[in-house]
Design a protein around this ligand. Structure first.
Ligand SMILES: Nc1ncnc2c1ncn2[C@@H]1O[C@H](COP(=O)(O)OP(=O)(O)OP(=O)(O)O)[C@@H](O)[C@H]1O
Ligand SMILES: [Mg+2]
Length: 658
């Protein structure tokens, strides 16, 4: 069908024609060139003045070797522009080696199949970008199906635990699939899901190698060590033949250095996670032809997710370099969490992901990076992806990040990306201009659509937390309450308006009396000792006279004294004024808000974990830790201390103040 004739200025990359037929933006057209025969072109804009002019870009032609080529001399004035035939477009965009083609969908509005070259993806990486809920995971699932179909090993980093469902066939889309020449198919035989069996039944535990180099160990430690603590670790490393968490702990226990206690806590914590083991999951079990290994990180603390991704990928990269495992793909969902743009901070996994992005091509380790925040992914990772699948994006910063990093996408395309319907993608890297592709239906079930209400709520929440983490990407030593914010919401019988998360500055003291070692937790607002979440004051015995002390001992023994039995009335009055004694129901007794007996009885079993948290208020200490320590030293030996934050919630109910 004739669209018009070429007129005006033209180059080897673009030209204009006067529209005679029916032309619209993004229409594919073909123009005859005396040297190359028919060349594929595309309308990119239509301008209407006295006449209608269409601006076009030249996509190229297929040479005798099946490669797409650009033209070297421009077309001639007056050359006819024809609507491109489906068969011609198909021929130009088809792969030279269809053996490794991944069928991802059809050219929008046309019956033309679109294939991605898996060989290309393995060496040059792919990125899938879109705002949340616009079909990133759905599209990545399509790619994963194709990769599994070719028996190429694949590893999926799955923070939401949504990929295992690919084991089941997508029966609901049977008719739609048939239109694409496909039928429902579950990939149960290919999939192996790894994760934490205590969180999800049936998953294989993922165990990472406990043997580490000293560099690796320093990298996995989830908090900044003080110089004194670093020294303890380095001296241990120097003296150990084989560095494992066990051997390190054993060594540290023997050390005579007070800085060791915090380090022991941290190593203990790493060990308690149960992810490091002497018998790690074999790399060739994770990466083997025909297998899709899903690393389900749902419910894992974000900080630990980073450590796991770092340790797993650096191990696999090393194995791949030594050719001990076959070439494989890694899919990273929510990539902005693991390799954020540098202004949003560095994670434990940033460096290895940058290395794989830049060097993976040499070793046949292909990356598929997925994110809803293009502006927040490390630019150097983004720029290494030569194929982009872009679905609907509306955030201006994200649009800018895309047009800045993706060749062939400019400010003009931003509008198109904003208006993409769900299921339609702009795909670059196949030909020189972005192709609009209707992503094909899934053969296997999609995770996003099958989660129940509660799970949805949970995902939403963890997503929100993750999003806000960037503003506050600091790792803090925390003592978290047993119930989460979400638990509070679910358990409350009154509607909750909001919950404020406070971080209360606190210190854990490692203490010793004549018999044993124990820990005492103090908050630094009032300087109270916390035992089972109840605050207790520690009386300062130096401010008490001999008689006062005697009376306290007596009260401790007998519990109550009747006013008539008090011999030293003045002394009792003084104790009452100091708040140490109360007069209630006609008797004197010790104020239960104070600790009068052995401090070891009020020891803390709380764990300090290292994590980032989305909080509302971080309170400033009102009492110096040194003051508390001075007081404590009157009772016990203080060996070490560790600063931390108690997480406390303020609940505000609907209609009420609190
Ligand atoms: N190509 C498609 N064909 C049909 N439905 C689709 C397609 N893409 C997405 N959807 C629908 O949109 C929903 C959201 O898609 P998906 O879960 O892939 O979004 P997402 O971009 O990964 O979102 P999130 O950022 O929350 O992970 C899916 O549950 C599915 O129902
Ligand atoms: Mg998703």
């Amino acid at each position: 069908m004739l669209l018009g004739k070429i007129a005006g200025k033209m180059t080897t990359t673009d030209f204009s024609f006067v529209v005679e037929g029916k032309a619209s933006k993004f229409l594919y057209c073909q123009v005859f060139h005396p040297e190359y025969q028919y060349v594929l072109c595309q309308v990119i804009e239509i301008e209407r003045d006295e006449q209608t002019i269409a601006r076009c870009v030249v996509i190229g032609y297929k040479d005798e070797h099946g490669k797409i080529r650009s033209i070297r001399t421009p077309f001639e004035t007056g050359q006819e522009v024809l609507r491109a035939e489906d068969a011609f477009i198909q021929d130009v965009i088809s792969l030279s080696d269809p053996k490794y083609g991944a069928f991802i969908g059809k050219v929008e509005g046309r019956d033309i199949d679109v294939f991605l070259d898996l060989n290309n993806l393995l060496s040059k990486h792919i990125v899938i970008l879109a705002k949340t809920g616009s079909g990133k995971s759905y599209a990545s699932g399509v790619l994963v199906e194709e990769i599994m179909g070719k028996r190429i090993p694949i590893l999926i980093i799955d923070p939401h635990g949504e990929y295992h469902i690919m084991g089941r066939p997508n029966i609901g889309e049977k008719d739609n699939l048939a239109r694409f020449g496909l039928s429902p198919k579950g990939f149960h035989d290919h999939i192996m899901e790894f994760g934490d069996p205590s969180v999800k039944q049936g998953v294989k535990p993922l165990r990472l190698a406990e043997n580490m180099s000293s560099q690796e160990l320093m990298h996995v430690i989830p908090s900044k060590l003080s110089p004194a603590q670093m020294n303890v670790v380095f001296s241990a490393m120097k003296n150990l033949d084989k560095l494992t968490l066990d051997s390190l702990l054993f060594y540290l226990e023997q050390e005579e250095n007070n800085a060791k206690y915090s380090v022991i806590n941290i190593i203990d914590y790493l060990q308690s996670l149960g992810i490091f083991s002497q018998n790690p999951t074999p790399y060739d079990e994770l990466i083997t032809p025909g297998r899709c290994s899903i690393i389900n990180l749902k419910g894992v603390d974000p900080q630990i997710q980073e450590i796991m991704v770092y340790k797993l990928l650096s191990g696999l990269f090393d194995q791949r370099k030594k050719e001990r495992i076959p070439p494989f793909f890694v899919v990273i969902e929510e990539a902005h969490i693991f390799c954020p743009e540098r202004s949003f901070g560095e994670t434990k996994a940033s460096k290895i992901l940058r290395t794989i992005a830049s060097e993976g091509r040499k070793f046949g380790m292909g990356l598929c990076v997925i994110s809803q925040r293009p502006a927040r992914i490390d630019k150097s990772v983004l720029s290494q992806c030569s194929t982009q699948i872009i679905l609907k994006v509306t955030n201006p910063n994200d649009l800018k990040a895309i047009s800045n990093s993706v060749e062939g996408i400019n400010a003009e395309s931003e509008k198109e990306i904003r208006n993409l319907p769900i299921g339609t993608a702009m795909v670059t890297g196949i030909v020189d201009v972005p192709l609009f592709v209707s992503i094909r239906p899934r053969m296997s079930m999609h995770g996003g659509s099958s989660v129940d209400m509660l799970e949805d709520l949970e995902q939403e929440e963890s997503f929100m937390e993750k999003k806000e983490e960037f503003g506050e990407k600091e790792i803090l030593p925390l003592i978290k309450p047993k119930v989460s914010k979400k638990d509070l919401m679910l358990m409350s019988d009154k509607p909750i308006r909001t919950i404020i998360t406070n971080l209360v500055p606190s210190t854990m003291f490692m203490c010793r009396n004549k018999q044993e070692e124990f820990r005492l937790l103090f908050e630094l607002m009032e300087g109270s000792l916390l035992f089972k979440d109840i605050p207790y004051r520690v009386p300062d015995i130096d401010t008490l006279g001999k008689q006062e002390l005697g009376l306290i001992k007596e009260l401790f023994r007998v519990k109550h004294i009747l006013p008539n039995d008090v011999k030293e009335k003045k002394v009792m009055k003084a104790l009452e004024e100091k708040d140490l004694v109360i007069f209630e129901k006609g008797v004197y007794s010790l104020n239960p808000d104070f600790v009068f007996a052995d401090l070891a009885l009020k020891r803390s079993y709380k764990e300090i974990i290292y994590a980032s948290i989305d909080y509302d208020k971080r309170l400033a200490p009102k009492i110096k830790k040194e003051e508390v320590e001075r007081l404590l030293k009157k009772y016990v030996q203080v060996n070490d201390s560790q600063d931390c934050f108690m997480v406390k919630y303020d609940i505000f109910y609907e209609g009420k103040k609190k």
